[in-house]
Design a protein around this ligand. Structure first.
Ligand code: FAD
Ligand code: UDP
Length: 379
């Protein structure tokens, strides 16, 4: 891996902008399956994009940009990544802190029992929710999607303020998919996520990424913005995984994004909080405290927690989240119409397609783009 533009290869087939999941999966496929020369550039000083991890100065394995819980229902994606990593199976379990106590979250029968202060049953929970639910046949926003499942009380306890804090928007002004990501269950399943495969790369994401780019036809140049590449560098096709509005010099105006500030703290104890993640819907300026050591399985006398503060996106900030909302989608569709016409550029990944996608969805998108490029250029 190099971080010097001067050491770039002379001849490449693909210029890949961004060394996150989207860029790395495509480089790996194009090099190993089609013998294509790929140059990956990233303006950051590491590979892995937002999925990067590594040991901090105390030796604790931490996720650099917030918790990254790998999960998928796709055997194809599991088989693909399993070429580059073994897995550490983990069921991600989290808690929510509200009204001065920890609650089991996402909402399930255990949460309902905490609310009642006595044992209950699935039947009783279902009957009660039926009386709390607001009748909204087709939820149109993130408020609708929650109140139509659990009613106002639980919406206000767990969702309303967390969402306002995270997005600086009312849940009414966000697509149903945002809060609709969170499952509501009437059994005792405490897992945060519902996908059948839930695990972390055994030695971390970065070790897996290193193996994926370890190919003689893949060259990685860090601390390199693609706009600073010499004009003499020629390539057949570009794969772009950065912000689509930036690619087009913001000609239809900037797309909205949300950013975050991560505040880590390390303690001289094995574990600091009772769960991997504790959400704070109504208290504090941060949304959650994550202690990823609960999930990585690392044995270490110290532990690191990270407080996550939502921030507006602007100069010097990372665009962590596209904002799934009708107004943002309207701007994006103007950029997407330009992107559709590009013959020599593929737009892949969370920022280039302005989608609130998880890692497995981005991998799926990259694998699909590989198939499409293969049929265009090699058959
Ligand atoms: P990125 O990882 O963003 O990579 C794009 C790269 O392009 C960046 O490294 C950037 O520096 C580079 N780049 C941009 N412009 C340029 C340029 N002009 N020149 C050079 N380089 C450029 N997913 C899950 O599945 N589970 C989770 O638990 C989870 N938690 C998350 C928590 C947070 C806080 C965030 C922000 C995301 C989370 N995700 C999670 C989503 C996951 O991070 C993304 O799905 C994934 O990282 C997207 O990969 P990507 O390659 O599309 O983009
Ligand atoms: N959410 C909430 N309360 C919670 C957890 C989530 O209101 O305790 C809402 C909030 O709008 C959040 C969204 O659900 O942004 C998705 O949550 P998730 O934990 O999946 O977010 P991510 O890990 O992507 O930041």
């Amino acid at each position: 891996m190099s971080s010097h533009i001067s050491s770039l290869p002379e001849k490449i087939d693909y210029l890949i902008v961004g060394a996150g999941f989207a860029g790395i999966v495509l480089a790996e496929r194009l090099a190993s399956q089609c013998g294509k020369r790929c140059l990956i550039v990233d303006r950051r000083n590491h590979i892995g994009g937002n999925s990067h991890d590594g040991k901090n100065s105390d030796g604790v394995l931490a996720h650099t940009y917030g918790p990254h819980y790998f999960r998928t229902n796709s055997d194809r994606i599991i088989d693909y990544l399993s070429q580059f990593t073994e897995w550490h199976p983990v069921e991600y379990q989290i808690l929510s802190w509200a009204e001065g106590r920890h609650w089991q979250f996402p909402i399930n029968l255990n949460t309902f029992e905490q609310l009642l202060g006595r044992p209950s049953t699935t039947e009783e929970m279902e009957a009660t929710l039926a009386t709390w639910r607001v009748d909204i046949p087709v939820p149109k926003n993130s408020e609708d999607v929650i109140v139509s499942q659990v009613g106002w009380k639980l919406y206000e306890l767990f969702f309303k303020n967390y969402t306002r804090k995270q997005w600086r928007r009312d849940p009414k002004d966000l697509d149903p998919s945002v809060c609709g990501r969170i499952p509501v269950r009437t059994n005792r399943d405490n897992r945060y996520l519902s996908e059948k495969f839930q695990a972390l790369p055994k030695e971390g994401y970065t070790e897996m990424f290193k193996r994926m780019v370890d190919h003689p036809l893949i060259h990685v140049s860090l601390l390199t913005d693609y706009r600073d590449l010499p004009p003499s560098l020629s390539y057949k096709h570009m794969i772009y995984t950065g912000m689509i509005d930036e690619f087009y010099d913001f000609r239809f105006g900037p797309l909205p994004y949300r950013s975050l500030r991560f505040e880590p703290e390390t303690f001289d104890v094995e574990f600091w909080q009772p769960a991997l993640q504790v959400n704070y819907p109504n208290d504090h300026e941060f949304t959650r405290i994550v202690e990823v050591k609960h999930a990585t399985g690392q044995e270490h006398p110290k532990t690191t927690i990270v407080r996550e503060y939502p921030e507006d996106f602007g100069p010097g900030k990372e665009p962590y989240y596209p904002i799934p909302a009708p107004d943002a989608k309207a701007v994006y569709s103007q950029y997407a119409a330009l992107a559709d016409k590009e013959m020599d550029v593929s737009f892949v990944g969370r920022l280039a397609t302005y989608r609130y996608y998880n890692m497995d969805q981005v991998i799926g998108m990259a694998l699909a783009e590989f198939e499409s490029l293969k049929s265009r250029y090699t058959i």
